[in-house]
Design a protein around this ligand. Structure first.
Ligand code: NDP
Length: 293
């Protein structure tokens, strides 16, 4: 059985999901259909990925009952502010072909325009009250952003989706999430970002510690990393466009890591993030218009 997690508002979600960042729009429906056929029931997309339509297409083609699915999408920073974010919800639901989003997320804090961020969050709270979303969350919020949000918010976010993989474990931020009852959902959970962006000399997929543990269990490095997340209570949303890897990343419930193995993976942390520093995300640098259709 694949594990589920109960969010702080009682909603239950699958712990393991499927991500589509950098999946080209024309390849998205097929990747998501493959994932749904494989058994994934949690799909993570975002307005800024430009592929919500493909996700919706795959959901409709799959025949999986809507109530069995957990669909997440994210508001991009150009659409922050109360009215703008309500409108962003309409854009995303139109593209996805869904009435209700299971988890609607603020993609980034905007530290230099935090009023717009909190305005956007108030829109999420309104959508929750109106039953248009089942849970609300944030992404890439550091402890200070969370504290500033919680000073003004009525609803504690259910989820903070952040970069977590063996080379960037973010233990301080994970503790801050936990202290507030916020679930940590790991993006780049198998260290994809270290492979496609950063250090070419070091990859989680060939790391000797991870590969050594994988060999002990007759599993792959990716499977070991996903197991590490699940056993530590996190949600994880690996991405692939390859059917073999989509299946591999889902095949993670038939083995168990022992405490020493979990600790050895924790010990690989470099303290160096692969993604942008959330403190430095501004509209000036990261603006991207989200089309109506
Ligand atoms: P992942 O850690 O999921 O790694 C994905 C990369 O690894 C891809 O290049 C993929 O290539 C490759 N890969 C996938 N499975 C395997 C495998 N079993 N063995 C070897 N290589 C593999 O990184 P992502 O950055 O994609 O993160 C996952 C998801 O998290 C995203 O899709 C998105 O939904 C979310 N995300 C959110 C962010 C945020 O700011 N909130 C930022 C970044 C990601 P291939 O497709 O060719 O298999």
């Amino acid at each position: 059985m694949h594990p589920t997690i109960r969010l702080n508002n009682g909603v239950v979600m699958p712990a393991l999901g499927f991500g589509v960042f950098q999946t080209p729009p024309e390849a998205t429906a097929q990747a998501v259909e493959t994932a749904l056929r494989t058994g994934y029931r949690l799909i993570d997309t975002a307005a800024s990925y430009g592929n919500e339509r493909g996700v919706g297409e795959a959901i409709r083609a799959s025949g999986v009952p809507r109530e069995d699915l957990f669909v997440e999408t994210k508001v991009w920073i150009d659409d922050y502010g109360y009215d703008e974010t309500l409108h962003a919800f309409d854009k995303s639901t139109r593209k996805l072909g869904l009435e209700v989003i299971d988890l609607f997320i603020l993609h980034q804090p905007l530290p230099t325009a935090f009023d717009r961020t909190t305005g956007a969050y108030r829109a999420l709270e309104q959508l929750l009250t109106d039953g248009r979303v089942r849970a609300i969350g944030v992404s890439n919020f550091m402890p200070d952003h969370l504290a500033a949000l919680l000073e003004r918010a009525e609803v504690i976010p259910a989820v903070n989706q952040i970069e977590v993989h063996p080379y960037f474990t973010q233990s301080t931020l994970r503790s801050a999430n936990a202290a507030h009852g916020i679930l940590t959902q790991a993006w780049s959970p198998i260290g994809g970002i270290t492979a496609y962006r950063g250090d070419e000399t070091r990859s989680t997929f060939t790391d000797p510690v991870i590969v050594g543990i994988a060999e002990q269990h007759g599993k792959t490095a990716a499977q070991v990393m996903l197991r590490w997340h699940l056993q530590q209570g996190r949600s994880a949303i690996p991405k692939s466009v390859r059917p073999d890897r989509i299946a591999e990343n889902f095949d993670v419930v038939d083995f168990e890591l022992v405490d020493d193995e979990l600790a050895a993976i924790d010990g690989l942390d470099t303290g160096v993030r692969g993604g942008p520093d959330p403190a430095e995300v501004t509209l000036e640098k990261f603006s991207r218009e989200i089309p109506e259709n």
